[in-house]
Design a binder for this molecule. Structure first.
Ligand SMILES: C[S@@+](CC[C@H](N)C(=O)[O-])C[C@H]1O[C@@H](n2cnc3c(N)ncnc32)[C@H](O)[C@@H]1O
Length: 290
């Protein structure tokens, strides 16, 4: 087929776009039809001989999770890096971790804890750099404040994503040089990683602070637990306004009173400002439920 030839008809685009929306809530506008062509062509060839309309039909009917995972893996944008954007992580390190450590100590002094005193959720964790950045910072803080009775096991980091493909990589905790060179200091690289087959493996004790799980943020399940901090960064941008508002409302209900929400630098609480109090912290913002 001539590569300049348009492969997806408007009808096929609408049909595929509806399937992606149903599966992931990701909105792909018509001007981004090329994304569907680029990212799904291989799968359309594999499952429907390259016919996008027939492929959308296949997606609508199939219950095969392998196929659905392949599509989700291909269509999602998984761009991430260690300590992405810097400032939210400096804010977390300087202001939030000391507060959480104090809270953990107070909780433990009051009563023996059956689960970790502090719960953190990285809600679209991609290949793991975000939750592992959080874990490394907590580790560094607790190491510098030994003897206070607070330990890494007092912190639980739940990391979720819709894509099984990125979650598998995240669980492995192995990163290539180009990923290590994005946001990670030489000091942390030497402290937390060991070379392995041309890549770098994160230390086991840091990996154990994070539990990965597949969660579709668009699914309407009530929050099963509450969190002290939620990182929901650089994912709301892919949804339409109604979905964003629904997810933010759920996040608000999933935060403890005084809990903290971090969003991506181009994201905000849109039309539900009244549900969050926004506080500036250097060049970034943190959000508190009201
Ligand atoms: C651009 S990455 C952001 C990763 C990280 N939070 C960061 O800021 O570096 C967006 C992630 O959101 C995930 N995602 C997209 N739609 C989702 C959904 N409906 N539920 C959960 N995760 C989703 C993608 O798989 C992708 O890994």
């Amino acid at each position: 087929m001539n590569t300049s030839e348009k492969k997806i008809t408007p009808e096929a685009f609408s049909a595929i776009q509806a399937e992606i929306m149903r599966m992931t809530a990701i909105e792909i506008r018509p001007e981004k039809a090329y994304m569907i062509e680029q990212r799904l062509e291989e799968l359309a060839v594999k499952y429907a001989g390259g016919d996008f309309l027939a492929f959308s039909d296949h997606l609508r009917k199939t219950r095969d999770q392998v196929v659905l995972d392949e599509v989700i893996g291909a269509i999602t944008t998984n761009e991430t890096s260690f300590f992405r954007d810097g400032h939210p992580f400096s804010c977390f390190q300087e202001k939030i971790i000391p507060r959480l450590a104090t809270e953990a100590r107070a909780k433990k002094a009051k009563a023996p804890q059956t689960s970790p005193a502090i719960q953190i959720w990285s809600a679209a964790s991609s290949t793991g750099q975000e939750p592992y950045s959080i874990a490394m910072m907590i580790w560094d803080y607790l190491e510098a404040h030994r003897g206070t009775g607070v330990e890494p096991k007092d912190f639980f980091i739940r990391a979720t994503d819709i894509s099984s493909r990125v979650l598998e990589k995240a669980k492995g905790g192995v990163y290539q040089n180009f990923e290590m060179n994005r946001g990670l200091s030489e000091e942390r690289k030497a402290k937390f990683f060991t070379p392995e087959n041309g890549g770098w493996r994160l230390r086991e004790d840091i990996r154990q602070m994070v539990q990965f799980q597949r969660v579709n943020l668009a699914e309407l399940v009530p929050p099963s637990q509450v969190y002290d901090v939620i990182f929901c960064r650089n994912v709301l941008i892919y949804f339409n306004e109604e979905t964003r508002m629904r997810i933010l409302d759920r996040m608000r209900r999933a935060l403890v009173p005084g809990g903290i929400l971090f969003l991506g630098s181009s994201e905000n609480t849109y039309h539900i400002d009244h549900l969050f109090r926004r506080e500036s912290s250097g060049t970034s913002f943190v959000y508190y439920p009201v």
